[in-house]
Each structure stands twice: as structure tokens, then as C-alpha cells.
Design a protein around this ligand. Sequence first.
Ligand SMILES: Cc1ncc(C[n+]2csc(CCOP(=O)(O)OP(=O)(O)O)c2C)c(N)n1
Ligand code: SF4
Length: 529
Amino acid sequence: MKVLLNGDEAVAAAAFDAGVTLGTGYPGTPSTEIVETFEDLGGKSQWAPNEKVALEVGLGVAYAGGRAIVTMKHVGMNVAADPLLTGAYTDVNRALIVVSADDPGMASSQNEQDNRRYAVAAAVPMFEPSDSQEAYDFTLLAIEVSERWHVPVMLRMTTRVCHSKTAVERRENPLPVEPFDYTKNPRVRAMVPAYARIQHKKLRGKLREIAKWCEESGPITRIEGSKKLGIITSGISYQHVRDAAPEASVLKLGLTYPLPIDSIRKFAASVDRCLVVEEGDPYLVEQIRNGGIQVEDKLENFRYGELNIDRVRRLIALDDSPEAEQVPGKPPALCPGCPHRTAFEVLRDLKCIVANDIGCYGLGVLPPFEAVDLSVCMGSAIPVGLGMRHTLPTEQAKRVVSVLGDSTFMHTGINGVIEMLFNPPATGHVVLILDNGITAMTGMQENPGTGRKLDHSGTNKIVFENVLRAMGVKNVHVIDAVANKAEFTKLVEDSMEKPELTVIIARRECLLAVQSIRGWEKANAESCN
Ligand SMILES: Cc1ncc(C[n+]2csc(CCOP(=O)(O)OP(=O)(O)O)c2C)c(N)n1
Ligand code: SF4
């Protein structure tokens, strides 16, 4: 039976159909729906505090004989890179699929990094689906490859594949799970240098075998068309190519690391002009040229943003003329009644130097607040603020305030508190945690500070003020800044004057989530009674 699914839902459906033991990850557009759909289908799903932890839990599942799928947006891979690059050396007993959902064009991200480069850095095989059917099929294929070669496998998606709906045919019991007995084998999983040296060589051997498998029976699609123009492509770019140049010969690669270089060589030799059409970095081009094959790259302009049919037409025609300006959409803004509004009004009026973090409160940079000086990546607000405090002249240093949300505090923000206690600036520091009781920006996910799990049922709650006091922060204040604006203003003002470390927790629920939160809390309280 065919069903209409977006790419994220298709990945979740494949994971469910393959009996994946655990779906975990950290929310981030455009990946969030994978774990949520897996939960809706009945799969065991959970949010991790951050992507590194999610991947490490996934490794544990796969070592112990379960199938695991771990999801994140592209920048999440930066956080998970440490376990990814060494985890790749280790032998997994069952599949470990790492989904990287990239956001070319930055629809909802702070950068547009191309995570295909992570597959090369980590030496893990990588599949790239171009529609929902392939998202389903390649998830299953990734599971097969992961289990055949005992290696973590990356599934690289992009926004349009994640969020566009196409028909998907699901399979019944596609990859039955054989019984498994865990046995100790530190040589392949305890990565001390003596064992890791051997495992690294073994991993390179696995990649050679996987490239051979791909040449013989992997996901390579060759469409015979005009000999005048041959296009090598992958992922969503394939769909644009088919519309923009239906007459061209096409080689579509489903596995984009390691590359089936012999198939590429044959294809390139069979056409007069061989062009690589890919979104983002010249990743395929560089890999192919490294294989000694001459191919044509896209013009520099097309490295930025998403591709579409019109852009691919221009790219083929080597049309470098200025592209039509995008019609500006409505600028994003904090919701009317958002509790973050008060905080930014106060920070603006007090002329604070604001080191901000990533969340809804990122919008504090825009009018009418314009209160923010900088923001870089999740968890950076406190350390960057500390660096400024160490450096600016005293009168300016005193005005530096680091601002972050509850989910971000749990993600990696808490590391900044450790640094603050370890290396306190001479002027002290002021941290403002905007605790709105939810991970709002990505669509209201739970986090370790909410006391609720992914399905909103109750769990242990990390109480920030208790943790901060136990860590040794002397001045910890909890306040509803909206209800007590004058008191909050004075608190921030006084805290900036003291050469001490202060954390202010401005606690008030996200206006859009407050009713749901009350409902979940009530249900959880009733289930305890
Ligand atoms: C490493 C990384 N992972 C995930 C994201 C996606 N993301 C952006 S903001 C955010 C969470 C924000 O939650 P919180 O700090 O509680 O702020 P709120 O949006 O609720 O105000 C997430 C998960 C990201 N930008 N970077
Ligand atoms: S979703 Fe919630 S936190 Fe985000 S802007 Fe709206 S009210 Fe504020």
C-alpha cells in the first residue's frame, strides 16, 4: 500500500518497520519529526539533552545488539562529532544510523554547513535520498550496510527531502532481527591506541568493500539521454535536474561516500560535457576530481542557498547574471505576549552587552528590541560572554550579560557555568536563563528541565536553581520577569554592579505552550495518585 509521507516520516516508518530498538536525537529543523513520528508509530523514542549524548546512547544500543537511529540537524553533528569520529572505528553489533538533516539556504539555522564532509572525516558510509521513497528505502539499506560491515552509517537529508511529501510503499517485516547474545570484545570496541590502530585500518578496508558493493549492486541510477550533456547528481538536486534538463543523461548517486568511482568514470567518458549538480559545497566535484576524473563544477553563485529548477537551468547554461531578488517574507518576531519580550526590553533599556544563545530569544536581536550583541551556536552565550568580560575595559565588562534558554542550558549551556566558576572574570558575571518550560523554537519538545519525557509523561526534573547552587554559584535568583518587571530590572542592574557571579532564572512558560504544559502536568499528577 502506498502512503503519502514526508522524508522525515518515511525514515521513521522504515525504522519502525525494521524493528529499530531506539530512536533518539536532539530536536532541530528539519530533523525533528523523525523521532516524533517514530514515537507516534509506536517505536521507543526519547530526546537526549544534546546530540553528543544521543549518539553515545545510540552506540550503546548498537553494541548491545539493538538497532538505533539517532537524528539531528546539521549543526548538531558538530556537537556529536567526537563520538562519531571514534565510534566509526568500533564494531557495532547491530545497525547504528545517524541522520544528519542539513539546511541549505538556512531556512531555520545559523549556518548552511554541508555535512557530507563529516562522512569523509569520520570515514562512515553515507546515503543521500532524493524523495520520501528513497528516504524509506535508504534507511533500510543503511541498516543492512551497517549490520553487514558493523559500521555506523550516515543518512544525509536536506530540508526539501525532509519536508516534501511523496508516495511511499512500505514493506512488511523487511529486515527480520536475528537473536543476539552480547559477548565481551574490547579489541573492537575499547578504543585505546593499541586496538584503535588496528580498527582504523579495518575501517578503511570496510569502506573499500562497501565501494565495491555499491559498484555491483548499490543505489546507482543511470538514465540514458543525450550524449551532449551528462549530469552527475544526488539527493534533491536530482529532482531539479530531471525537470530542468529532461534530455540530459544522468547518473544519480544514492551512496555518496564512498563513491562508486568506476561507475562515475564510465559515465563521464560516455558524455561530451559532464557537469556535477549538487546543492552546497563542491563535495562531489572534489571527490570525483580526486579520482582523476574531469568534471565541470557549478558556478560559485550556486554554492549558496537551495537549488531549484530555475537555478539548475541557469547553472547548466552557465548563466551568471544576477538572480531575481526573493520577495521578502514577513520578518520573524517574538509572539505577542511572549515572556522573552520583557527580558529584552530590560536588557535594551539597561544598555547591556548581550551575549545571546540560540532559541526563540534569538529574535531579541531584531526591532523593537535590538538588545543583542552576538550569538554563535548553542551553549556559547556564557563562554563568549566570559571572554568579553575578561577583555573589555571594566565599565564595559560589567555590562556583559549572557542569555540562554532552558533547553540550551541543558544542551551545552551548563558547561559555560563550569567555566564561569573555574575562571571567574574580575568583574564577576551575570547569566540570564529564560526558562519558558519547553524547547519552543523547534516546536515544543521536552528537555531535562521540564520534568517530562518525549511523550510528555513525567520523569526526573533537573531543577536549575538547585543544580546551580550545588555547583557553587552564590547568587541564584528565580523571578517571573513579566509579573515583576521593576524588580527584575533592579535585579539585573544590581547584579551588573557586583563583582560576583549571578544567575537569574526568569521563569514563565511560553505563551503558546502554557495550556499544553498545564494539561500534561495535570495528567502526570493524576497518574501518580
Ligand atoms: C547544535 C544545535 N542543535 C539544535 C539546534 C536547533 N535549535 C535551535 S534553538 C533550539 C532550542 C531552543 O530552546 P530553548 O533554549 O529552551 O529556547 P526557546 O526556543 O524555548 O526560547 C534548538 C534545539 C541548533 N541550533 N543547534
Ligand atoms: S513560541 Fe513561545 S517562546 Fe517562542 S516566541 Fe512564541 S511565546 Fe515566545
